[in-house]
Design a protein around this ligand. Structure first.
Ligand code: NCD
Ligand code: ZN
Length: 346
């Protein structure tokens, strides 16, 4: 007998859509399964002002194929020059759903990010008062800090101090990769949420480095050792209300990934729902998948969950398309390297 699972339509609380030809090609891969997504603002140049966000939202909607139903939830890229009044007005009008903090130099296209957190404290305070969520790339960037320790150090040195000095600020710690982050979110009050990606639930650092370097598994924060992956699976599949899906699907062309200095980012939009069903099935927690993909995120963002549903079916091994074509060149699709027996029906 085939097994089926019907869920409220999911949302993606951390997504890179890029722009131009890349946007055109990757948007349907998300819009097919997801109703809404938090859209990352790390374009070149970044989406800094409400005017930038409005123009980018219009380009996304113009790229959406006829008949697809998808709502982009826009964000602003926080810089040391961000005007608190612009942020608050953009949020009050419904144009933006969150502000994104990139520590300068932490990841792809983060050069305009924040170096001195004191300079943005007035923005944090205005956001706390108005209830605007802050999405955080949680890694320190100091040279002397080992790349595998950068998330844990960030929690202690940056995130916890920001939250202590800004009571009421609602923060999403994005794409968490460590048991340290899992513990921190579990012991926090409801003002802290966390997202987990598809790939961090399925791969550890051995997948990147054993038997030859696998550039398509390289993203930031970089995948950690197996015990951390296990902690992420345990948290995601527990149903814990402050944790939800943010795929961090981040397309780069194959040429830019398979390079002497390859870009960070895993493109998982096309296969995320089947992969997650497999992870939750393997954990004996299919009954918790809907909370992770479709309920906990809207609750944190104070939005209603979607009314529509999607159905997943268990059967033959999923054939993962090796790549999607874009006007900028092919983009390789995330393949966990293990059998996925689920697919989205229809
Ligand atoms: C993202 C990208 O390519 O924009 N890359 C990544 O490795 N996740 C940026 C980010 O979210 O860190
Ligand atoms: Zn990202």
């Amino acid at each position: 007998m085939t097994q089926t699972l019907t869920l409220r339509r999911p949302d993606d609380w951390h997504l890179h859509l890029r722009d131009g030809a890349m946007l055109q090609a990757v948007l349907p891969e998300t819009a097919r399964d997801f109703a809404r997504a938090i859209i990352m603002p790390n374009l070149v140049p970044p989406v800094v002002t409400s005017a930038d966000a409005r123009a980018y939202r219009d380009r996304i909607l113009a790229a959406l194929p006829e008949g697809m139903d998808f709502t982009p939830l826009m964000t602003l890229y926080l810089t040391e020059g961000t005007d608190p009044a612009d942020v608050i007005a953009a949020h009050a009008s419904g144009l933006i759903s969150a502000v994104k903090l990139y520590p300068a130099g932490a990841t792809t296209n983060s050069a305009s990010g924040v170096t001195d957190m004191d300079k943005v404290q007035p923005v944090f305070e205005a956001m706390a008062e108005a209830g605007v969520p802050l999405c955080v790339h949680g890694e320190v960037t100091r040279n002397e800090i080992d790349i595998f320790d950068r998330e844990a150090v960030f929690i202690e040195e940056v995130l916890d101090p920001i939250r202590r000095r800004t009571p009421g600020l609602r923060v999403v710690m994005e794409h968490i990769t460590t048991s340290d982050a899992c513990a921190y979110v579990k012991e926090s009050d409801g003002s802290l949420g966390a997202t987990i990606t598809t790939h961090h639930l399925m791969i550890n650092r051995n997948h990147i480095l054993v038997g030859g370097i696998k550039p398509h598994y390289y993203c930031l924060p970089v995948a950690k050792r197996e015990s951390h992956r296990a902690a992420l699976v345990e948290l995601a599949t527990s149903g814990f209300a402050q944790v939800f899906l943010g795929t961090d699907s981040a397309p780069h062309t194959q040429a830019n990934k398979e390079s002497a200095c390859g870009c960070a980012g895993v493109f998982s939009a096309s296969v995320t729902m089947p992969c997650l069903a497999q992870v939750f099935d393997d954990a004996g927690a299919l009954d918790k998948l809907e909370a992770f993909t479709s309920l906990n995120g809207p609750a944190f963002y104070r939005m209603a969950p979607n009314d529509e549903t999607i159905t997943l079916v268990k059967g033959d091994v999923l054939e993962i398309p090796p790549q999607i074509e874009t006007g900028d060149g092919p983009v390789v699709v995330f393949d966990p390297g293990t059998s996925v027996l689920w697919k989205v029906s229809g």
